[in-house]
Design a protein around this ligand. Sequence first.
Ligand SMILES: Cc1ncc(COP(=O)(O)O)c(C=O)c1O
Ligand SMILES: N[C@@H](CCCC[NH3+])C(=O)O
Length: 387
Amino acid sequence: MQKIQTPFYYYDLDLLDQTLSKMVRARGDSSFHVHYALKANAEAKILAKMKATGLGVDCVSGGEVRYALEQGFGADQIVYAGVGKTDWELELAISSEVHGINCESIEELVVIAEVANKLQKSANVYLRLNPNIDAKTHPNITTGTLRNKFGIPANELWLALEELAKYPCLVFAGLHFHIGSQIEDLSPFVRLCTEVNVLQKALRDKGYNPANVNVGGGLGIDYKKPDANPIADFDTYFENYRRYLNIYDNQQVHFELGRSLVGQVGYLFSEVLYIKKTKELDFAIIDAGMSELMRPALYGARHVIQNVSSVLPDHEYEVVGPICESTDTFGKHVLPTTQRGDLLQIRSVGAYGSVLSTQYNMRGENQPMFSDEENAQQFFSALHAEV
Ligand SMILES: Cc1ncc(COP(=O)(O)O)c(C=O)c1O
Ligand SMILES: N[C@@H](CCCC[NH3+])C(=O)O
C-alpha cells in the first residue's frame, strides 16, 4: 500500500452515527431542538450527518452562515451568535431570514435594526444574556461570567427590551444563554435553569411570551478515557433540562451542542521523527504540532496519545511537535518504547482540532481520512498486519 502522508485527521463516522442516535434518543422528540455548533468541526461529511439527523446549525460568523446555507441547511435551522458581527454579516443573516440572531449587546441591537430597515426586512432577535454563572471549566472557555465579553448582563434585560421595542422591524424571539464549554460537572447547567426560570417568569409577569429559549451548548466529553466513555452523557444532560427548566406552553427549547457530538470521533495520526534524550527528558518529536492541534498550546489541554505500532515495554516521553515554539508540546505520556517511524494516534480531537489549525511555519494542508473511504480500510488493514 502507498504510504499515507502524516499527519492527518481521521474521523470515525460509525461512532458519529452512534453518538447522534444516542443524543436523539436522549433529547426525545419534544420541543427540544439541537443546533450543531459548526465551529467545532466543519467537515462537509460531518455536516451531512448532522443534516440527515435533522439538526440545525449554530453559526458564529457570516462565513459559517454562508457555508451552512451552501451545505443545504434551511435558513430557519440557523442560529447566529457572536460579539462582533459586521454589517455584511448581519445583512447576510437578515436577508437569508435565519431562525435567530443572538444579539450580544444593546449597541448591536441598534445596528441590527439599521440593517433590517435598510433591507426592508424584519429580523428575529434573541437576547443573549450573560447570567454570571461560573461553568466550572477551564477559565479560557468560560463564557457566562461578567469577566467575559459575551452577552448582555442579565440585569440589562429591561433596557434591551425597551430598545428593541423602538424598532418594529425587530421581533423578540426569546432569551439565549451559553455559559461555557467542556462542562463535565453538570451542576452549572442546573444553576442556569434556575436563572433562566427567574428571568422567564419576570418576562411573563410583564406580558412577554417569547416563543423560544436557547440554553446554548457546553456538554463536555471524557478526554481522559475516550475508549471507556466514547459518548457523552446526553441522558443526564437533557434530563436536567426536562426536570429543572420551566418551559411555557408551546415554547421551543434550543441547544447548541458542538464538542459532545464530534469530539471523540476524531483522531490525529502522526509519525515519530526522532527520539531525543537529554539529562531531563526523553523527547518523542513527532510530525504533528500546534499547527495541527492547538488545544494543548492554547489551554494546556491533554489528549490521550497511543503508539499504534509498538508493543515494547512502557517508557515516559515528552511528546513534542516540530514547530518553533516551546509551547508546541503535547505533554508527558507513557508509551510503549517508541522509535523513529512509529505511528501515534492522538485521541479526542474531533472538536476544535482541525478547525483551529494554522499555516504557521508554512506546514501545508493535511487531507482528512474518513472511516467510510476505501483508503481508510486499506490503512487500518496494513496497520494491523504490521503490529
Ligand atoms: C454561543 C456558543 N454556542 C455553542 C457553543 C458550542 O459549545 P460546545 O462545543 O461546548 O458544545 C459555543 C462554544 O463554546 C458557543 O460559543
Ligand atoms: N476551542 C475551545 C473551545 C471553544 C468553544 C467555543 N466558544 C477548545 O478547544 O476547547
